[in-house]
Design a protein around this ligand. Structure first.
Ligand SMILES: Nc1nc2c(ncn2[C@@H]2O[C@H](COP(=O)(O)OP(=O)(O)OP(=O)(O)O)[C@@H](O)[C@H]2O)c(=O)[nH]1
Ligand SMILES: [Mg+2]
Length: 277
């Protein structure tokens, strides 16, 4: 099947250099479904990319915090959808990474389901920042993810991370661009970043600020619809938990009866043995 040429909403022509100041940051919570997430009444920006690419570090760098988001050398540190409220005005979202080799197939499928569900359903999501490691050549999994975002028309931009590292090669970025242009009409907006050197901060915050200024809150009707969906989802979750609890109780009861039966049989066998003597 031929791949359709895709065009990003945010092209590589962005010029705003105004620096947004991050005055306040607040960790709102960790969630596993979009319906658990905070009310979608403010613009939201999500950070995604392979495990260990530097998502959490970039969030800390942008907000000027050392440990707002959890950073780790061990891939797979972030496991949930984490919301940070910035300046009481917009959300930054730290997501778990993909492509971590050591997770099981079941875990990977679970990740895909819940991340894709979030990216599809989050009504206030303005832009996804897709982070790519600038130290290595393009990875299929990254190109596939970009194409998936494009296919679903989820707006995204690209951030090449770790440009301070001695393994950073500009040629990797060029090859990535060429790969993207095999299926994209134009390259989405791209940024270069280094969390320890605080590179890319001005540009990324200015980009976010620009979108925030154009943000139109959802209509009341949409909010009511989302709240209704949330109720249905919560009810389903309650039922699921109740069913699981009931199933566990049945299992426990069956195990207890089996144990009792086994003890009875053992007792009978003992008696028979005694009689034979
Ligand atoms: N040199 C350099 N190292 C970085 C940079 N960003 C992150 N790191 C390091 O890369 C490792 C992973 O960083 P994280 O921010 O935890 O990566 P992540 O993408 O959030 O990882 P997961 O949550 O596991 O998916 C840490 O050891 C960071 O210190 C960067 O810009 N430059
Ligand atoms: Mg992380």
């Amino acid at each position: 099947m031929a791949v359709l040429a895709k065009k990003s909403r945010y092209l590589n022509t962005y010029k705003n250099k105004f620096l947004m100041i991050v005055k306040t940051t607040k960790f709102v919570g960790s969630f596993v479904t979009p319906l658990q997430c905070p009310k979608p009444n403010m613009p939201e920006f999500a950070f995604i990319g392979r495990s260990n690419v530097g998502k959490s570090s970039l969030i800390n760098m942008l907000t000027g915090h050392k440990a707002l988001a959890k950073v780790s050398n061990t891939p797979g540190k972030t496991q949930t959808i984490n919301h940070f409220l910035i300046n009481d005005d917009w959300y930054l979202v730290d997501l778990p990474g993909y492509g971590y080799a050591r997770v099981s197939k079941v875990q990977r499928a679970k990740w895909e389901k819940f991340i894709r569900n979030y990216l599809h359903k989050r009504a206030n999501l303005q832009c996804v920042f897709l982070l790519i490691d600038s130290r290595i050549p393009p990875q299929d999994v990254d190109i596939e993810f970009a194409n998936w975002l494009g296919g679903w028309q989820i707006p995204f931009v690209i951030v090449f991370t770790k440009i301070d590292n001695k393994k950073y090669k500009p040629a990797n970025i060029e090859v990535f661009r060429q790969k993207m242009l095999e299926t994209w009409e134009e390259m989405p907006q791209t940024f270069l970043s280094s969390s320890p050197k605080r590179l890319g901060k001005t540009e990324i915050l200015a980009f976010i600020d620009d979108i925030n200024q154009k943000f139109k809150p959802l209509e009341e009707e949409e909010m009511v619809e989302i709240a209704a969906d949330k109720k249905v989802e919560e009810e389903k979750e309650r039922e699921r938990i109740e069913k699981a609890r009931a199933a566990r109780a049945v299992e426990k009861e069956a195990a207890y009866l089996a144990k009792k039966e086994k003890a009875k049989l053992k007792e009978k066998a003992k008696e028979r043995k005694k009689k034979r003597k």
